[in-house]
Design a protein around this ligand. Structure first.
Ligand code: C2E
Ligand code: MG
Ligand code: MG
Ligand code: MG
Length: 279
């Protein structure tokens, strides 16, 4: 290592980079182990019918139970999993777990599972989903697949065909985080979605900003015209929920109705009608 001042800048920079690389490699190794040792947990957050308040299902959200770092949220490891390809076994684990768990719930409850754009590049994705359904015994009508529009940017023809196959067996398709990405309206007509999930950033300040209401009511009108339903995600207050109901949103999800919870902690007998009484 050079001791000259000029070289030193680069040395410091190199060390910072290699420290970052090392931390990343450690995390990657840990994540690989976590998948092998089943340290990933799938938590479930309810969503409700906005009109009746009745619970309609749960979204499966992955967490990592790290031996020393505790429970790690998905935003802190999904990007790494996508970069390293570990999202493929991780995604399969979550889907299989979610189908198996949901198969034990009352049959009027759906389960929604997020798929990463990286998984869409897997040739056997459709077969894997069919196998997860068959092995769990879950009826395909009870499974909803959530994808973000980044999936639609590339491989449009292949992805369209894949989505048609899923619909063909009865699986529902939701466009997640609507409004955050490129949000080309042409995606809505070009791909066979059943549902649009409005990103929670539009729900925040809904009760203070008339502009947010205008956007949501436009999305509702658009969705109706295309025969799709609309979910509002990130609903935290009964004021927001009331506003969303008035705007014609079909489903609502958020802390108001429940946080994501481990499967053995969700109350399968509960109805959310008490939320409506409170609202
Ligand atoms: P998402 O699919 O849009 O999931 C909704 C996120 O919003 C979840 O964060 C949920 O906990 C959070 N949320 C729900 N209600 C509220 C609320 O009322 N207020 C606020 N502030 N937040 C709320 P989470 O669990 O941290 O997941 C973050 C993202 O990670 C997900 O966003 C999804 O894109 C991704 N993700 C989670 N699990 C999986 C998975 O199994 N596979 C893939 N590919 N991605 C996943
Ligand atoms: Mg989602
Ligand atoms: Mg979302
Ligand atoms: Mg999101």
């Amino acid at each position: 290592r050079s001791k000259s001042a000029g070289r030193n800048c680069f040395t410091v920079y190199d060390e910072a980079m290699s420290a970052e690389l090392e931390a990343r490699n450690t995390l990657e190794g840990d994540l690989r182990d976590a998948i092998a040792r089943c340290q990933l947990e799938v938590h479930y957050q309810p969503f409700v019918d906005a009109t009746s308040g009745a619970r309609r299902g749960f979204e499966a959200l992955v967490r990592w139970r790290h031996p020393s770092r505790g429970l790690i949220p998905p935003d802190q490891f999904i990007p790494l999993a996508e970069e390293t390809g570990l999202i493929v076994p991780l995604g399969e684990y979550v889907l299989r777990r979610a189908c198996a768990d949901a198969a034990g719930w009352p049959s009027d409850l759906m389960v929604a599972v997020n798929l990463s754009p990286i998984q869409f590049k897997e040739a056997e994705l459709f077969e894997m989903i069919c196998a997860a359904l068959a092995d769990s015994g879950l009826s395909p009508e009870r499974l909803e697949i959530e994808i973000t529009e980044s999936v639609l940017l590339e491989r449009g023809v292949e992805n369209h065909a894949f989505m048609e196959r899923l619909k063909g067996i009865g699986v529902e398709l939701a466009l997640d985080d609507f409004g955050t990405g490129y949000s080309s309206l042409s995606y809505l007509t070009a791909f066979p979605f059943d549902k649009i999930k409005i990103d929670k950033s539009f729900i925040r300040n809904l009760t203070h900003q008339p502009r947010s209401s205008a956007i949501i009511s436009s999305i509702v009108t658009l969705a109706r015209g295309l025969d799709m339903s609309v979910t509002a995600e990130g609903v935290e207050t009964s004021e927001e929920f009331e506003r969303l109901r008035a705007l014609g949103v079909n489903f609502a999800q958020g802390y108001l109705f429940g946080r994501p919870q481990p499967v053995d902690e969700i109350d399968l007998d509960a109805t959310e009608s008490s939320q409506l009484d409170a609202a």
